[in-house]
Design a protein around this ligand. Structure first.
Ligand SMILES: [Zn+2]
Length: 211
């Protein structure tokens, strides 16, 4: 089993390769081993809850291949019961110990929520509303601060607030995950992918080195 700390280091290294434009030979070789994974089964070393945004393809930005990452993608990287269940499944079935909530700059779902809070629309679809309603609590309080006057800063802070909220929902969303965190070394960290630079900043819940 790969520890959360080691998994985090792998992701950091992979993202550094991606940013510098150097693809790993291991990843390329890994893609030719697609058939082996069928019989051997998967052992993904990290679970990533990312946004559906087409500009944030998770395996590519972390330079990983087949069988490496257990990826859940949903607009706004929100946490509902099915996301919690997916994380539980990976952690219990495969022993995966690192969970990353991966938000990104200029997230449309977060932007839509901010606009909705400032100018509510009458006829928003119930389904879209279910996403907005999960982002709303995290970003609503930002509108009560001075950020209200600076829309760019507001958007930036809102993305991070939404990542923190999702990470917290996973940490406290189920007894199974709480037990794994307390007793089995599972950690949930929050990160932001920059559309501008390609770099991922792990900014929430990262344990100090040596722990
Ligand atoms: Zn997004």
């Amino acid at each position: 089993m790969i520890s959360a700390q080691e998994a985090l280091e792998r992701l950091r290294e992979g993202n550094r390769r991606f940013v510098s434009g150097v693809r790993s030979l291991d990843t390329l070789v890994g893609q030719t081993q697609r058939n082996e994974l069928v019989a051997a089964g998967q052992r993904p070393f990290a679970v990533i809850l990312g946004c559906s945004d087409s500009r944030v393809p998770v395996e590519i930005v972390f330079d990983q291949g087949f069988g490496d990452l257990f990826v859940i993608r949903v607009a706004g990287n929100i946490v509902a019961a099915s996301q919690i269940g997916s994380v539980e499944f990976a952690a219990e079935q495969f022993g995966t110990r690192l969970v990353v909530v991966l938000g990104h700059t200029r997230c449309g779902a977060v932007q839509t929520t901010l606009e909705e809070l400032q100018r509510p629309t009458e006829n928003q679809s119930r389904n879209l509303r279910s996403i907005v309603d999960r982002i709303r609590p995290a970003v609503e309080r930002l509108l009560a601060t001075q950020l209200r006057g600076d829309l760019e800063a507001l958007a930036r802070q809102a993305v991070r607030a939404n990542v923190r909220a999702s990470a917290n929902s996973l940490r406290h969303g189920s007894e199974v995950l709480e037990q794994l965190i307390q007793n089995q070394g599972l950690i949930v960290v929050g990160a932001e992918y920059s559309l501008e630079t390609g770099a991922v900043d792990f900014f929430d819940g990262v344990p100090a080195i040596g722990q």
